[in-house]
Design a protein around this ligand. Structure first.
Ligand SMILES: Nc1ncnc2c1ncn2[C@@H]1O[C@H](COP(=O)(O)OP(=O)(O)OP(=O)(O)O)[C@@H](O)[C@H]1O
Ligand SMILES: [Mg+2]
Length: 243
């Protein structure tokens, strides 16, 4: 779906991932997957449980490396970077949102949101102010001093999104971000992702829910580790074939 004028923000080419386990066992999970994503796209990655979606997301989010193939993030081949360089790219370019929110339950909401800034040496007062700005973006004004246990699940996911936004990422990767939420709260979270996408942030999210995927313009479907659909979400007929 890339055109010649726009430089993709994500390019994966012939990516394979094999997990090697104790006793010489191995499992080939991603098989020669290639695609690119342009800046500003909103992509839903779908597929059955165990098809390799999270494995793919972890590679895209620089949490893991492909066994073979090339992954370029914003033109840089991340597959050749070392752990420290990957951590740097992850901190500066990418926001990650998980199904289970991944908040520190004993720390305040402001602390949770501003956590990524600690590693950049930002002082406490500035961190607190940045947290308040981010909480405003996710409509959680005034909640900065509470604990995650004192707010709802949907609000906790908003906090996680605020944390993902703190470094002004170009891309947000979200793995089943609505998986633990009821349908009304899911819609609120998806509307928030839609707003962020309208502001220019590229969104790539994994979901197995059709209603959630409908918010995305483009859908990539993974079946048994291969790409079996890549196109407009609205044009998907249910027919899958390796592509
Ligand atoms: N760290 C690992 N070591 C070994 N095998 C793994 C590892 N992570 C995932 N797998 C295997 O890889 C396959 C794909 O897993 P993955 O988590 O990517 O699937 P998924 O599409 O995200 O599934 P779900 O919809 O259930 O979240 C599964 O068979 C899984 O058991
Ligand atoms: Mg998964």
């Amino acid at each position: 779906m890339s055109d010649s004028k726009t430089k993709p923000v994500i390019e994966i080419e012939d990516v394979c991932k094999t997990y090697y386990m104790a006793g010489g066992m191995s499992q080939s999970v991603l098989k020669h997957v290639s695609f690119s994503v342009n800046p500003g796209e909103f992509v839903a990655i779908m597929g059955h449980s165990g098809s390799g979606k999270s494995t793919l997301m972890n590679i895209l989010g620089c949490l893991d490396r492909p066994t073979s193939g090339v992954y370029k993030l914003d033109g840089t081949a991340v597959s050749e970077k070392n752990d420290a360089e990957l951590a740097h790219i992850r901190g500066r370019e990418i926001g990650f949102v998980f199904q289970n929110f991944n908040l520190l339950m004993k720390r305040t909401i402001a602390d949770n949101v501003s956590l990524p800034l600690i590693y950049q040496g930002v002082n406490e007062k500035d961190r607190y102010e940045r947290a308040i700005q981010m909480l405003h973006k996710v409509q959680l004004d005034g909640y900065q001093d509470r604990l995650p246990t004192q707010i709802s699940g949907g609000m906790q996911q908003r906090v996680a999104i605020a944390r993902a936004l703190i470094n002004n990422p170009k891309i947000i990767f979200a793995d089943e971000p609505t998986g633990n939420l009821d349908s009304i709260t899911s819609d609120e979270i998806m509307n928030l992702f839609t707003d962020l996408n309208k502001q220019g942030i590229t969104i790539v999210l994994v979901t197995h829910e059709d209603d959630v995927a409908d918010y995305a313009k483009r859908m990539i479907k993974i079946g048994d580790g291969k790409k079996v659909y890549d196109g407009l979400r609205s044009a998907y007929t249910g027919e899958d074939k390796e592509c």
